[in-house]
Design a protein around this ligand. Structure first.
Ligand code: COA
Length: 568
């Protein structure tokens, strides 16, 4: 079938659906929901058999749904209706939730159901549930709905009961710091994360709160900011405290809390800095973005950076942790990344903030990419351990090549990888990709990956040679499988021989062309991207960070807009 994906953005769910539908031999084209007339034009050009809307922020025009079947993905159980489905589910602590694929009609979410699935809810942010459980369930449900549509005998039915839940507004989310305990504060912030956050006042300033974590030991007057650690601030509740990782100030962008409030914090010496003594994992009862664990002769380095974005200081700290971990008596070192993302490369929000604060976004980009490169170099040069990137969450751009800097890349089956840079204003990219990619996939395939700018599923990444293993399961099952694999690797009788082979290969590569030469070539391009006459990267970053709505569908996604496209 010809399937048109109509979507607000090419987010990870849309990427996954496009890949899965293509794997089933459907011809898939993507159109961004820009305006009714643009949607009508896309439908006329592509003449799809079926339209699927994985992620929309407004209704499909009647001129389209009245003429052909449009399937809408609703992140709610059968009969649930309304625009804040997942927010209410997280806020109401539903033990079970689901995804429904229904047919677009005049009333929102009220059409007949083509497929639905359910899942057990996890205590996590809305965005995290969306990236894992919702994406997994939506993929299953859409594939089933497409099958039902193809069978022609299936007649979709309206649910027996339905209930409309209105848009969740800020008063529904408000935190009462004098009355709410830690669990309530966490639930409220998680139900609003990554968008829109909870409107609140912090250090006397109006802002939106995101990225909350429990703190079991620190105490203070309810609502008071009592401590800071690296990028986060700790705020007392009625029965404990929470760490707030990110905030968005009025008129600003979402930033690490300590950076967004840097001025205020410098005037508040009584706020305790609470550094952790070293890199060992402390416990689940505090916030720790970099944490090391060890089992047998395997080390595990976790880095839970919000949205996978890695600022200059975060890269520098991770490099320090890596240097430390490399000195441990282990022979396998696994880089675990975070739960939702492994890494998405340089921190575009922090870079944008540099320009908003009258600094230089070009300079901050330069510092950040150098810090990423130093980190990647540290990983490439690991003589005493076989290194593994255990990619359990999505990863994009420089994050993919940081993973590829490890000896082995093991990817969870449901993960989407975007190992290319050009979507960010034609960025050339660094992180030694010109060394790391061609030696794995060949020069031609490397050029194609960079040029085509398509996401890769974990199985496609394995097929192309980008990765070394595709591991099934949800995050806990993946982590267990990684532990088993890593332990087997560490116990292999030839582990020392493997290390010797790797170190010899590195020396040979270095003799042929030093890593410094690859880096210098890449950075010459990056210098032009950051400081040159073409501002595309700065413009693209600004639009990405401020979430400007798309004004056209890129031609590498919209087949029907390719030059030479012939309507079937
Ligand atoms: N810096 C800062 N924020 C980033 C980021 C980065 N490098 N990459 C992603 N994010 C943020 C997004 O702005 C979004 O923020 P939100 O919490 O306010 O919604 C959040 O992470 C999730 O991103 P989203 O695009 O919704 O995730 P996805 O899984 O659907 O898509 C990517 C993943 C990688 C395709 C997409 O995030 C992307 O293109 N990121 C930019 C990668 C990049 O160009 N890095 C710089 C070059 S190294």
């Amino acid at each position: 079938m010809r399937i048109l994906l109509l979507t607000h953005a090419f987010n990870s769910l849309t990427q996954r659906l496009a890949a899965e539908l293509r794997q089933k031999d459907h011809l898939v084209s993507i159109e961004f929901d820009i305006s009714n007339s643009v949607t009508e034009e896309a439908v006329a050009l592509f003449a799809p058999d079926l339209i699927v809307a994985p992620y929309l922020r407004r209704a499909i025009p009647e001129s389209v749904w009245s003429k052909q079947v449009c399937l809408v993905v609703h992140p709610g159980v059968e009969g649930d209706q309304g625009p804040s489905a997942l927010d209410w589910a997280v806020m109401g602590q539903q033990p079970q939730w689901g995804v429904t694929v229904l047919q677009a009609e005049a009333a929102m979410d009220a059409g007949p159901v083509w497929a639905s699935t359910t899942f057990a809810m996890r205590q996590a942010s809305k965005a995290s549930v969306y990236r894992h459980e919702v994406t997994q369930s939506a993929t299953q449900a859409v594939l089933k709905a497409v099958e039902q549509f193809a069978s022609t005998s299936f007649v979709p039915q309206s649910p027996a009961h339905s209930q409309w839940h209105p848009l969740m507004k800020q008063p529904d989310r408000a935190i009462d710091w004098q009355a709410d305990d830690t669990a309530t504060v966490l639930r409220k912030i998680r139900a609003a994360d990554g968008f829109p956050g909870v409107a609140d006042t912090l250090l006397g300033q109006t802002c939106h709160l995101f990225d909350a974590w429990p703190e079991a030991t620190l105490r203070g007057l309810p609502g008071e900011v009592i401590a800071q650690r690296e990028t986060a601030l700790c705020r007392a509740t009625t029965d404990g405290a929470v760490w707030i990782g990110h905030v968005k100030r009025v008129g600003g962008i979402k930033l690490p809390a300590a950076l967004a409030f840097a001025d205020e914090l410098s005037h508040l010496p009584h706020i305790r800095p609470v550094p952790l003594p070293d890199w060992w994992h402390v416990s689940e009862s505090t916030w720790q973005d970099i944490a090391y664990e060890e089992a047998g002769t395997v080390g595990y380095l976790h880095f839970e950076f919000y949205n996978g974005a890695m600022s200059t200081p975060q890269c520098r700290r991770l490099q320090q942790a890596l240097i430390w971990a490399k000195q441990r008596p282990t022979n396998v070192l696994v880089l675990m990344g975070g739960h939702d993302f492994w890494s998405n490369g340089i921190h575009l929000n922090v870079i944008e903030a540099a320009s908003l604060q009258k600094g230089s976004a070009a300079d901050e980009s330069w510092h950040n990419i150098n810090a990423m490169n130093d980190l990647a170099l540290e990983l490439i040069n690991t003589p005493h351990q076989i290194t593994v990137a255990a990619v359990g969450g999505n990863t994009g751009a420089g994050g993919c090549f940081l993973a590829r800097a490890a000896d082995q890349v093991w990817v969870r089956e449901a993960v989407m990888l975007n190992p290319h840079y050009k979507n960010m204003g034609n960025l050339y990219g660094s992180e030694y990709w010109t060394y790391l990619l061609p030696r794995r996939v060949g020069m031609e395939a490397a050029k194609a990956i960079m040029h085509n700018r398509q996401p890769l599923t974990a199985s496609a990444a394995l097929e192309t040679g980008f990765s070394d293993a595709c591991v099934p399961g949800d995050v806990p099952a993946f982590r267990q499988a990684i532990q088993d694999k890593a332990l087997n690797m560490a116990l292999a009788t030839d582990i020392q021989a493997q290390l010797a082979i790797k170190n010899k290969a590195r020396l040979q590569d270095e003799a042929q062309k030093p890593l410094a030469a690859y880096r210098a070539e890449e950075m010459a391009h990056m210098h032009r991207n950051f400081y040159g006459f073409d501002p595309s990267y700065h413009v693209a970053r600004h639009h990405f960070v401020t979430k400007s709505p798309a004004s056209w569908s890129p031609r590498h996604l919209a087949l029907h807009r390719e030059l030479g496209w012939k309507k079937p």
